[in-house]
Write a protein that binds this ligand. Structure first.
Ligand code: ZN
Length: 149
């Protein structure tokens, strides 16, 4: 097993067991629901946007370990970011897991999200990994519901 996939498993297990920011956000002024029918992952992303920045972010829902861990790490990654930076990170993440080329400096921006890079080899899992990101994007843009199909 490669070092990366070992790290990947540890991080996924940890976030699945103790998801960060896993709650309903009472102060949310944006939210969206996401559904991945292929796997059954279902989640709601809550955002508190203030002055075009993500002041608070949380999620709740149920799904597989990958979707939950990805959501947990998404909330950590976008908290404090401007809307524009959160969207840019979504784009970087999406490119990474779908195997598209991404800019060199994106690697640095992605940071520990890079552990999801291996997901590109499992197309079905790509939707699990990106569901929370699509949902965050929808919430930012005042859409209420996303489905990965
Ligand atoms: Zn899933």
């Amino acid at each position: 097993m490669s070092e990366l996939s070992e790290l990947y498993q540890q991080v996924i297990l940890d976030h699945n067991k103790k998801p960060r920011n896993f709650r309903k956000l009472e102060t949310a002024n944006h939210s969206a629901e996401g559904y991945n029918p292929l796997c059954g992952d279902q989640l709601t992303v809550y955002l508190n946007l203030e002055d075009d920045a993500v002041k608070e972010v949380s999620f709740e829902g149920s799904g597989c370990a990958i979707s939950k861990a990805a959501a947990s790490m998404m909330t950590q990654a976008v908290k404090g970011k401007t809307k524009r930076d959160a969207e840019a990170l979504f784009s970087d993440f999406h490119r990474m897991v779908t195997g598209e080329d991404y800019e060199n400096n994106a690697s640095e921006r992605l940071g520990n999200l890079k552990i999801f890079e291996g997901v590109r080899e499992f197309p079905v899992r790509v939707k699990c990994a990106t569901l929370s990101w699509h949902t965050m994007h929808a919430a930012l843009n005042n859409q209420e519901l996303v489905s990965t199909e």
